[in-house]
Design a protein around this ligand. Structure first.
Ligand code: GCW
Length: 703
């Protein structure tokens, strides 16, 4: 049996056919090109050899020279690709820059086609951010907090002896999109990550990642000196604590000379921190910064804090951190989530950005879809991140981080389209000015296409045929539709998907009306006796007889005043506040007249209804794309879209039926009528923990 499987596998590989299980991500080029690639460099390195190998295997165009040379206009990660007499030259002052240049050339080949590459040259690229980092919320028992793609990639129990093939594949995927740092473990950090034994395992990973330009960082628990060192305190001003961290950092650098530094979640959601000793976040961060400084390591100190007693959680991070401006060491970067609450489908940008002139800041995005339908919903996140970059000048940031969505699932990310978010994060971290559409197009062509279109999607025995695929049990999903431009059609679907999820979950500035704990479905009614009010949806939507929304104006919590004056004035007035943020900033009566002329209630209904319709249209579009997509991935996405469509109706019914108790207004005509009863929806309790995405079967049973 095994022999037959091996033979089959070998035959398929020889024919250039692979199972289209998503395991190859966007790196699906054939590897039999045998290109002529030469190297001109004072010395070679593993990194340069990788660049040579990648091009030799996959590049189908003119001979390429890789040249390492000084260049004042390029950083060590930057590169230039030019046409020369009879060939192409990639130059960079750094070895990693050469590798990035090689991936760029291959990306061009996969997106415009090899014949058209020359017309794209010259290319000169420097990354906008020197630090482009993934944050893994991976625990040492291989569970992943808010991870929806299987278990953690890091097999701590097997390391350092066994090196899984996926470690290198992971590093390669990151290098191909310019990601150059990875924080291996959860910000809710186990002190155990720093034991001598575990550091050997971290070293083993760092050794695999290094040639790909990927540096390793660790999340650390502020109480580590107590837990591991047996000290009586973790007070950042205590001499023994200072000594302990210095020794630990020295131990790390002896193993990993290019170790990146620490990421810290302190005094947030139960984590220990300097405030436990009446010290400030600056004193805590500086303790670690001083230990790391001799080795050029950095501290990424998170600003995700919110004390239990403040009337408005959205104000908290600013109130705690803004007064500390100027007190942090040069190698501290404050890591701020894009919005002030928590990775919601839509939030205004965190007002901390732009108000700490003497402190280095970095943005934290969430690639994993904790609040966006997890592994079940198709939501392309580039438009969300671009919305942020439109408000926060890219140059005001030192770095960007994204909470990873990877795991042991065969396709790495759970949903096939979740790969696009990993991809888009990397591309935007490299260049936040790239349009969402362009990134989607690149990703689609590389992930589903071959040589720049979708028509030739490979990987199934009926490669190249159109129609009559068998995803639907022998029947094509649609019969007659032909699509003029499949790539553009899919780009459009992806672009729309972010607004769709906002519409069916939390339109008009609503936020955090998710189910308790797992954050999967709707629970606007959620009330857990004894729970922190700011962990409960009614705290955020404030629906009552008199209206809905959180008053954060100067008359309310005054959060609005944390923004620069012009913006504060705009948001403070309901008539000028953009609809997208209206209920974020204002509590308004149900019959309030919107800019559209409709009542607030009607507008709310319309948005929920639109969201449902959008998902239905995604189903139709996807079905029409069936001839252009391999059977395996077509079927998987088609199935996930069914779940998403049902979830969208669930969200709409739950929210509108619940809010209607307060508005007492009828559903406008033209709005799809609910198919659920409110009391039935209120009884839905999905039996999942915070690490699991509910399966389709579970959803069908419980919702
Ligand atoms: O988004 C919330 C999550 C927590 C997470 C926390 C954080 C790692 O629900 O699971 O903890 O934010 O960012 O620290």
């Amino acid at each position: 049996m095994r022999l037959i499987a091996t033979l089959l596998c070998t035959t398929l590989l020889t024919l250039g056919l692979h199972a289209e299980d998503g395991s190859r991500l966007w790196l699906r080029q054939e590897t039999d090109a045998m290109a002529t690639v030469t190297l001109s460099a004072p010395r070679t390195s593993h990194t340069l050899e990788l660049a040579l190998k990648e091009l030799h295997q996959a590049w189908k165009g003119a001979p390429v020279t890789l040249r390492v040379k000084k260049d004042k206009t390029l950083t060590t990660d930057g590169f230039r690709i030019v046409a020369t007499d009879g060939g192409i030259e990639i130059t960079s002052p750094g070895h990693t820059g050469i590798l990035y240049g090689a991936y760029h050339l291959l990306r061009l080949q996969a997106t415009v086609g090899v014949e058209a590459v020359m017309a794209q040259l010259p290319v000169e690229e420097n990354p906008t951010y020197a630090l482009r980092i993934l944050n893994h919320w991976d625990n040492m028992d291989r569970t992943v907090e808010r991870g929806y793609a299987g278990r953690s990639l890091w097999a701590w129990d097997e390391l350092p002896g066994t090196i899984d093939d996926r470690y290198e594949a992971y590093a390669r995927a990151n290098a191909s999109i310019g990601i150059n740092g990875t924080v291996l473990n959860n910000v809710n950090a186990s002190p155990q990550i720093l034991t001598a034994e575990n550091l050997q395992k971290v070293k083993a990973l760092a050794d695999v990642f290094r040639p790909y330009g990927l540096r390793v960082y660790l999340s650390v628990n502020f109480a580590s000196p107590m837990v591991l060192g047996g000290l009586a305190t973790a007070d950042p001003l205590d001499k023994n604590v200072i000594r302990w961290w210095k020794a630990k950092v020295k131990e790390i650098y002896a193993l990993i000379p290019d170790f990146g530094g620490f990421l810290v979640k302190a005094n947030s959601e139960g984590q220990p921190g300097p405030c436990d000793y009446s010290r400030t976040h600056a004193e805590g961060a500086n303790l670690l910064a001083d230990a790391l400084q001799p080795y050029k390591g950095i501290v990424m100190w998170r600003a995700f804090v919110y004390s239990a007693d403040d009337a408005d959680r959205a104000k908290q991070a600013y109130e705690e951190f803004q007064p500390l401006d100027g007190q942090f060491r040069d190698n501290v970067v404050i890591q701020v989530k894009n919005g002030p609450i928590d990775f919601q489908p839509r939030e205004p940008y965190s007002p901390l950005f732009g108000t700490m002139e003497h402190t280095q800041l970095m943005a934290e995005f969430q690639i994993t879809q904790e609040y966006l339908g997890q592994a079940n919903h198709l939501v392309y996140l580039a438009p969300l991140w671009k919305e942020f970059f439109e408000m926060v000048p890219a140059t005001s940031l030192k770095a960007v981080a994204g909470v990873a969505n990877t795991g042991t699932d065969i396709n790495w990310c759970g949903h096939h389209f979740a790969q696009a978010n990993w991809y888009a994060f990397g591309r935007l971290a490299w260049n936040p000015a790239l349009p969402s559409e362009a990134i989607a197009e690149e990703w689609i062509k590389q992930t589903f296409g071959k040589g720049g279109d979708l028509q030739a999607a490979s990987g199934t025995a009926d490669n190249g045929t159109t129609g009559n695929r068998t995803a639907g049990g022998g029947c094509a999903a649609t019969g007659t539709t032909t699509i003029d431009n499949p790539v553009a059609t899919l780009v459009q679907l992806m672009i729309e998907s972010r607004e769709a999820v906002v519409n069916y979950m939390m339109p008009l500035g609503l936020h955090h009306i998710f189910a308790w704990g797992h954050h999967y479905g709707p629970q606007p009614w959620c009330d857990i006796p004894g729970a922190r009010p700011d962990w409960l949806p009614p705290y955020y939507h404030k629906a009552a007889k008199d209206g809905i929304g959180f008053d954060r104006t100067t008359q309310g919590s005054n959060y609005v005043s944390q923004y620069p004056e012009a913006l504060a004035t705009l948001y403070n007035d309901a008539t000028t506040c953009p609809d997208a943020y209206l209920l974020w900033f204002h509590h308004l009566p149900w019959n309030y007249t919107m800019k559209s002329g409709r009542t607030l209630w009607d507008e709310l209904c319309l948005h929920y209804d639109t969201g449902v319709r959008q998902v239905r249209s995604f189903q139709q579009t996807w079905d029409a794309l069936e001839p252009y997509i391999d059977r395996e991935r077509f079927a998987a996405v088609q199935s996930a879209l069914k779940v998403q469509a049902r979830d969208a109706v669930w969200w709409k019914d739950a929210c509108l039926l619940y809010f209607r108790q307060f508005s007492c207004m009828p559903l406008p005509s033209g709005i799809e009528r609910p198919i659920h009863e409110l009391d039935a929806l209120e009884r839905v309790q999905l039996p999942v923990n915070n690490f699991e995405c509910p399966s389709r079967e579970m959803l069908d049973k419980y919702r």
